[in-house]
Write a protein that binds this ligand. Sequence first.
Ligand SMILES: NC(=O)c1ccc[n+]([C@@H]2O[C@H](COP(=O)([O-])OP(=O)(O)OC[C@H]3O[C@@H](n4cnc5c(N)ncnc54)[C@H](OP(=O)(O)O)[C@@H]3O)[C@@H](O)[C@H]2O)c1
Length: 278
Amino acid sequence: MIRANNIAELFDFIKKNRKLNNLTLNISKKGIIQTNQQGKADILIKNNSIVFNVKIDPILRQSCEIILPLIRKKDRNFIGQIGQSLDAKIALNNGNSHYINEKESITYLHCLRSISDGVLVGVNTIIKDNPLLTTRKIKGQNPTRLIIDPSLKLTNKYKIFKDKNTNIVFTTSNKTKNLNNTTIVKLPKKDFTLGVYQFLKKSSLKYILIEGGPTTLSHFIEQNLINYMQFIISPTLIGSGINSVKLKPITNLKKAIRRKSNFAKLGKEIIATLDFNS
Ligand SMILES: NC(=O)c1ccc[n+]([C@@H]2O[C@H](COP(=O)([O-])OP(=O)(O)OC[C@H]3O[C@@H](n4cnc5c(N)ncnc54)[C@H](OP(=O)(O)O)[C@@H]3O)[C@@H](O)[C@H]2O)c1
């Protein structure tokens, strides 16, 4: 069985060796080691597919199978994700959102975070959920937290300012504020989303996970500043509530976003991926 620290090492290894094909990996007491001994490998990575010859938790195996193809193609990637019901709701109208998805999806999300250098959210997600945005479920390396906060509403009371991980806050505000472990980046109001994107493209952070909420994701989708969009779909009907994306209305279905798609099962849920590179 691959232990939690091994799976974290596996994701870390994949993250550092994205461009290498046909890898054979063995698991020793020290962790995961690369080997050339064909046929004896515990894990085989061939182009975009992964084969496990060792026991692995089924959710972690499915997570590896879904994530690997996303990260092998490009040097840099912006991956969006949102957890939703079958009828595309992320919360009820009263804001209650705990929990639409199964706990397996949280493990999956932590796997996604572990291959990311940065995790981007909008300010409302910090205010409403007070998340940590770490990879604690699989013990991987924590990504830099990136927060879009145009009017600089955030204060040090939120959890992200109370641990040792680093944050970057993007704003258009002229306020001066001291947020713990945080670099504040001021950008022009005009083309703000593009400004955030360009800043990140020039940075050392190569893989960015856009975790939500719907407003933040929709800005990136509408401006085509995303490589993949993943919907983690729970087989649940909610009926009314907050939509997972809120794009500007269109008048002709020819203008609907249609991209190459992939559907994979993760436990009881479905992960639908739209490939914006296509
Ligand atoms: N189901 C999931 O997977 C998931 C994931 C994350 C969050 N959520 C949920 O999503 C909800 C919050 O969603 P939300 O859509 O209200 O908020 P959000 O995307 O977290 O934050 C939106 C706010 O961030 C700022 N912002 C973000 N991107 C911007 C851009 N490109 N340009 C200008 N401003 C930008 C704006 O702040 P100002 O208003 O200050 O200008 C905007 O109102 C929470 O309830 C959370 O639980 C769900």
